[in-house]
Design a protein around this ligand. Sequence first.
Ligand SMILES: [Zn+2]
Length: 160
Amino acid sequence: MRVCIVCEKDVEGKRAVPVKEDRVIRLVRAAKRLVGIAKMNDLYVCEADLPKHSERRKGFEKSMLFASVLAALLLVLVLGMIVLSGNFEVWSLVSAFVIAGFVLVLPLFKYTPAVEATALPPEPPALFQPVNPPPVPPQPLAPSNLRPAGKTARKKRKSR
Ligand SMILES: [Zn+2]
């Protein structure tokens, strides 16, 4: 079934944009298959939900960016502290990585997949719909094409 991921309705017969299959979607599908609740729907965003969806997607992208910057800062800070203090502790390094990983995973709670296109192609204008040509009246048969039958036989020349 083709389903809109925003309103969770069937998009059959409606204009909709397909969702990009990314790592998160593949991961969720694999997990669902393992548990046995996979529905194998094709994911779409219907025309009506497109503005709402792209708004959400923008918010998600921003929080992903924020999280990765924060995680990187955390790691740099901890590494810098280790270098400055001069005594290396495995535990502080491990905890820094754990916290950075946690920060990176947090935005996934409002995960919003990308779509193939942010806008639907415009509908073809009705003005240029092909008009049926007027019916052509049947042409009378050209008389030149008609030849009386039986005249093609060659006349035998009588000798003597
Ligand atoms: Zn929808």
